[in-house]
Design a binder for this molecule. Structure first.
Ligand SMILES: [Ca+2]
Ligand SMILES: [Ca+2]
Ligand SMILES: [Ca+2]
Ligand SMILES: [Ca+2]
Length: 386
């Protein structure tokens, strides 16, 4: 019979063989990597949850303003040389002019690109059909007042004045010395505002001039969530992976992409145009009728890439950017012209085109835009999926 001390001595003498040691080390390695994977996936989950929360918060703040526009009065003035407009179509013509003014006001007050801020309220030389005289008449709409535009512009100018990049006497035009169309994409060749991340920078501007739940909207974000990632001194809200959170005011292309969706049926009619007064209804050549659009807020996700059309204002493929007041981006009929939230670059005359490759010009379109075989938008977090 072995006594306890003999067993202990036997064990001590044996020690570990090389094989045992190697197995133990391999096991420790596997366990360590399992713990590491669990930790990093927990970290990834936590980041996704945080990004979701940010996107939801921004969406809620934007929708708060969005809803105000539904009932907002517009200075519609249906007069023809001082003679009141007559005829049954009076209501729908009024609604059409109101829609044009309303969209212009939304463009200015909820900018998602620099051109929205660079172009002031437009005058809308319009015509309206008077059934009383059975003729088109030139009508006038009063000039839109958009006080927020001045606030945004002043903030941009003061940012650069404070940094000594512009003189104290500078005006908004000085931010674009070569004109807004020649704005450089990145800050390597410009020390003022740049196109890169412009939608995120516009989003920050909007939030900076807004109250939400009785407090400045920016109070809803921690200082660590605000950064200037592209070095042009215009801040952005950044997601947990350090990428600016982008947004699109009229993301019609987001819905064109999803072929299973018939936007008009599934999203309902344009909530701002209850009388179906838009030019798109009148023009039989335009198949895509307006549907209900809500703002789209997007985090690029863990890969930091959007692959979303125009969301950065930088189109990697064609370097063309939608300027909503530009003549070629509007819909026009019988001299009546309106801003077109449903604009897509190529042939927009059939709904089918908007859902295929040729329709990828729609704002908010997500997919493999750079054609490298990988769709970097699949891990994006968007407000439409909340
Ligand atoms: Ca920028
Ligand atoms: Ca910036
Ligand atoms: Ca992505
Ligand atoms: Ca790609």
């Amino acid at each position: 019979m072995l006594v306890r001390s003999q067993i202990t001595a036997e064990r001590q003498r044996r020690g570990f063989t090389i094989v045992e040691l190697l197995v133990a080390m391999a096991l420790i390695g596997v366990m360590a990597s399992m713990v590491g994977m669990a930790l990093s996936s927990a970290q990834g989950d936590a980041r996704r949850a945080r990004a979701k929360l940010q996107v939801a918060k921004i969406r809620e703040i934007l929708l708060h303003r969005w809803d105000d526009y539904m009932v907002m009065q517009m200075p519609v003035n249906l007069l023809d040389s001082g003679v009141p407009f007559r005829g049954r179509q009076r209501a729908s013509e009024r609604a059409r002019i109101r829609l044009a003014l309303l969209r212009d006001r939304m463009r200015i007050e909820m900018p998602d690109r620099i051109t929205d801020l660079a172009n002031p309220a437009q005058s809308w030389p319009t015509q309206a059909f008077d059934t009383g005289t059975a003729s088109w008449k030139t009508v006038t709409a009063d000039t839109l007042s958009a006080p927020l535009l001045d606030i945004y512009r002043e903030r941009v100018v003061q940012t650069y004045v404070a940094l000594g990049k512009l003189p104290a006497s500078a005006t908004y035009a000085d931010v674009f010395p070569g004109g807004v169309d020649s704005l450089p994409p990145s800050s390597s060749d410009n020390d003022l505002w740049t196109r890169e991340h412009q939608s995120a920078e516009c989003l920050y501007l909007i939030l900076s001039a807004m109250n939400f739940a009785g407090r400045p909207a920016l109070d809803a974000f921690r200082p660590s969530e605000i950064a200037d990632t592209d070095g042009d001194s215009m801040p952005e809200i950044v997601d947990p992976w350090g990428t600016p959170i982008a947004w699109a005011r009229w993301p019609a292309g987001y819905w064109f992409e999803i072929s299973a969706i018939d936007a008009r049926t599934d999203l309902g009619p344009d909530g701002f145009d209850l009388l179906n007064a838009s030019v798109r209804y009148k023009d039989t050549a335009v198949a895509t009728k307006p549907f209900n659009l809500q703002p789209l807020v997007v985090s690029a996700g863990p890969d930091g890439e959007f692959e979303t059309r125009f969301i950065n204002g930088l189109d990697p493929d064609s370097q063309i950017e939608i300027n909503y007041v530009g003549a070629s981006f509007r819909v026009t009929l019988s001299g009546f012209t309106e801003i077109d939230p449903y604009y897509a670059y190529t042939d927009t005359t059939t709904a089918a085109n908007l859902k295929t490759k040729s329709g990828q010009g729609g704002v908010g379109y997500m997919g493999d835009l750079d054609g490298d075989g990988y769709d970097a938008s699949v891990d994006n977090l968007t407000s439409s999926e909340l």
